[in-house]
Design a protein around this ligand. Structure first.
Ligand SMILES: Cc1ncc(COP(=O)(O)O)c(C=O)c1O
Length: 672
């Protein structure tokens, strides 16, 4: 087994780094206490030594101890995420730097809504946005335009809401600008973008690109400043702002003011995470505004996208954005982001403008495998040297062109190996995108005085709450993410080492499953229904003489019962953990469904969107789902290959289950 350097960056499955962790934590906790004392050390104590003897205080301590003990005891039933025996969901042991930075920041309790509540960590959060921007391929230099912006959210779900909220605001700004300018009889300079907007056919205004909308807003602000007397500026600006979708609400905007303009739709692949359904409901777009594009083997089908775009163009249907997923939740497959950005350019020329958002909640950090430390892209041939299969051509192209998207969701709490609290991140290519949703509050503080050498960029985001969905938010998360990215820069030679291991482990897992499939083929058919793009692998099973989907599902369910989290069974008695999911027929092309049923020996008519006999048919196939992100799956210290161990365990379970399945079958035959 090769030496795996990145595996020592964690506390460890057996808490091997416990002393390092404890001593650093203690050092910085003590440091915090000294800091408290040294802020006006001449102030007398606020809690008297005497109160430590009061019955109320003693009772408080006793209750606290009881409760903490109970909590600590209860937590022993938690899922052992640090163990290489856990291959279930997208969770792992967090990296030491992030955990320590988060814990040491917590007692300072900064609130990253504004500089007044978090003078230190708010700047770290803005820097985290730039660190992620660089990883994605956006410009991260505030001195060059357009510079990206990113911030931390509670999770990928919220980042997706934010992306849609921003893109909708941008999309309908030009219409509001036209209405406001016409209402106020504004006369823009001939040849200017404002002139083009005021004279434009309104139907065309909901088809501008993100960059054009930004340009229009900048031109309007410049016009107000340079061509309008101070006394009239507010009135003019108000005419535009009160015509915006944010002011009017969706119903009034479309039904009363812009009857010619159909409500927008959002195009997502069939595999999109359910947060997109929540997002369209939240924004009043509704389920009917979420158009699902068919996939090929769980990857968005560019031909199907082209077809939907052509249909939308024909009926003047505005498209808010096209979403591509980099790492689907169920199969870890990657959509062809390069095809999406190419389609955006092509259709923009034909008059259909839309934005492209990459939902890279899962796969975003894999971009570190494709970046040199200077931010340049690593050639595919060089990336390939470290792997057996990865990266396929389409995966490489998707990451190469990620920087051409308009915005990205990426989750530091997933493949960033950061602790919860640090959630997701929203990153946009041009920081001016978030100006469209800016909502200020006077209590966030008076504008702070200019600091020496501070760029306008950092000054702007000192009031972070103005530009984001959330209000109060943990500064400790920003500290954790910033420190981690500093210790392990987001490139192939640092953070990338950890993910290289993860993808190599997944390739090994894939091959060991195929070897297990061959060993057990006389009893059970085993199939990898969707070839993985990176580090998530699903497996389907069927006992050899069964041809019914429903029975295959029952069989897999019995297998999963040995691998699932079950509160009635102590976690310590489990040999391994996996997760499960459904492979739905409706999400597969006939070709893909045919291949899966063939490999499993299932009759195609029992795998159907319209089951007739529930004991025989099903609309989905239950599969085991494995996330290969644990750093000790192949342990070069104790020489244990947990992946091979798991496959052998599965094989044993499968043989036992087949024996039970055959016995049950014999019994039912004798009853009949
Ligand atoms: C592709 C994708 N998008 C969004 C999300 C939502 O992320 P979160 O659970 O952090 O809200 C997930 C979660 O698994 C995901 O896989």
């Amino acid at each position: 087994m090769e030496k795996n350097e990145s595996s020592s960056w964690f506390i460890g499955a057996q808490a091997e780094n416990h002393q390092l962790f404890e001593s650093l934590l203690l050092e910085y906790l003590q440091d915090h206490m000294y800091w408290r004392r040294n802020f006006h050390p001449d102030d007398p104590p606020s809690i008297s030594a005497q109160s430590a003897h009061s019955p109320e205080y003693l009772a408080f301590i006793a209750r606290m101890k009881d409760e903490l003990y109970a909590l600590s005891a209860a937590l022993k039933s938690s899922i052992p995420l640090s163990s290489p025996r856990y291959m279930g969901h997208m969770i792992s042991d967090p990296l030491i730097p992030g955990l320590l930075a988060q814990m040491l920041t917590l007692p300072y309790n900064p609130n990253n809504v504004s500089e007044e509540a978090a003078p230190v960590t708010i700047e770290l959060e803005v820097k985290v946005g730039l660190q992620l921007a660089r990883m994605i391929g956006y410009n991260d230099d505030p001195n060059q335009s357009p510079c990206a912006f990113g911030y931390l959210t509670a999770g990928g779900t919220l980042s997706n809401y934010h992306a849609l909220h921003v893109l909708r605001s941008i999309k309908y700004y030009p219409l509001a600008l036209q209405t406001g300018m016409q209402h106020m009889n504004v006369k823009p300079r001939p040849g200017s973008i404002l002139k083009r907007i005021i004279n434009s056919d309104p139907a065309k205004l909901s088809n501008l690109s993100v960059a054009e909308s930004i340009e229009a807003r900048e031109a309007w602000l410049e016009f107000l400043e340079q061509a309008v007397p101070v006394s009239q500026r507010a009135q003019l600006d108000n005419a535009v702002n009160s015509s915006r979708i944010e002011a009017l609400g969706t119903h009034a905007f479309f039904s009363l003011h812009h009857k010619h303009c159909p409500a927008p739709v959002v195009l997502v692949p069939e595999t999109a995470h359910y947060s997109w359904t929540k997002a369209v409901r939240l924004l009043g777009i509704g389920d009917s505004g979420l158009v699902r594009i068919p996939t090929r083997a769980m990857r968005l089908d560019p031909d199907a996208l082209e077809h939907s775009l052509a249909a939308a163009h024909k009926i003047n249907q505005p498209i808010l954005c096209v979403v591509g997923v980099l790492g689907t939740t169920e199969y870890g497959t990657f959509d062809p982001i390069h095809e999406l950005v190419a389609a955006r350019e092509r259709w923009h020329k034909k008059g259909l403008g839309f934005a492209v958002h990459a939902d890279a909640a899962w796969g975003g950090y894999l971009a570190t495998l494709f970046r040199h430390s200077d931010g340049s892209i690593v050639p595919r041939e060089q990336v390939r040297k470290d792997f057996k299969y990865f990266p396929s051509k389409h995966v490489y192209s998707a990451f190469r062109d990620l920087g051409l998207t308009d915005s990205v969701t990426v989750d530091p709490h997933k493949l960033g190996y950061l602790p919860y609290g640090v959630g997701g991140a929203y990153v946009c290519r041009d920081h001016r995108c978030v100006d469209f949703i800016a909502t200020d509050a006077p209590y966030l503080g008076r504008p702070a005085p200019e600091q020496d050498g501070e760029s306008a960029y950092f000054k702007k985001f000192r009031r972070l709450g103005t530009y984001i969905l959330e209000g109060s938010k943990p500064g400790a998360s920003a500290a954790a993410t910033y420190v981690t990215h500093r210790v392990l820069p987001l490139d192939k030679d640092h953070f990338g080492k950890l993910l290289r291991q993860s993808v190599q482990d997944a390739e090994h897992f894939h091959d060991r499953v195929l070897a297990m499939r061959d060993r057990i083929r006389d009893q059970v058919r085993v199939c990898i229904p969707i070839e993985p793009d990176s580090n998530l692998v699903c497996i389907a099973f069927n006992p050899i003489d069964n041809n019914s989907t429903a029975i295959a599902n029952n069989f897999t369910e019995s297998l999963y019962n040995h691998l699932r989290v079950d509160r009635s069974i102590p976690v310590q008695t489990r040999a391994f953990f996996s997760s499960s999911t459904m492979l739905y027929k409706r999400m597969l092309r006939n070709h893909d469904a045919g291949r899966v049923v063939d490999e499993l020996g299932i009759s195609a008519y029992t795998f159907t969107e319209t089951p007739e006999d529930p004991e025989r048919d099903a609309d989905g196939l239950l599969v085991l789902r494995h996330t290969l992100m644990n750093p000790w799956l192949r342990n070069n210290v104790n020489q244990i290959d947990y992946i091979e161990k798991y496959c052998l365990y599965l094989e044993r379970l499968l043989r036992q289950l087949v024996a039970a399945y055959v016995r049950a079958d014999d019994a039912s035959a004798s009853v009949h």
